[in-house]
Write a protein that binds this ligand. Structure first.
Ligand SMILES: [Zn+2]
Length: 87
């Protein structure tokens, strides 16, 4: 079982970001920023309906979508997290 360490650190990582057009239909499939396929949209927090998670069935990429600001951020994959966590 993974445990969260009490030690935290701040790291700087580069993220791919894209602005959605204001008439973009999220349910109709915002595009994956890695491969361009339509994302599957999830709403993990019912109290924050503007904050969505977009997952790509084609390449496995995850995205954080802020619907209010019309912004999509491609989240780091396992390699990106390993590089960010490297000492
Ligand atoms: Zn993809």
């Amino acid at each position: 079982m993974l445990m969260v360490s009490s030690e935290q650190e701040t790291v700087l990582i580069s993220l791919v970001i894209s602005r959605l057009s204001t008439d973009h239909d999220l349910v109709g499939g915002a595009p994956c920023l890695d491969c361009g396929e339509p994302l599957s949209i999830h709403q993990p927090d019912l109290n924050a309906p503007e904050r969505l998670l977009g997952t790509c069935d084609a390449c496995g990429a995850w995205h954080l979508i802020d619907a209010d600001r019309a912004v999509t951020v491609l989240l780091p994959d396992a390699d990106g997290l390993r590089i960010a966590a490297a000492p």
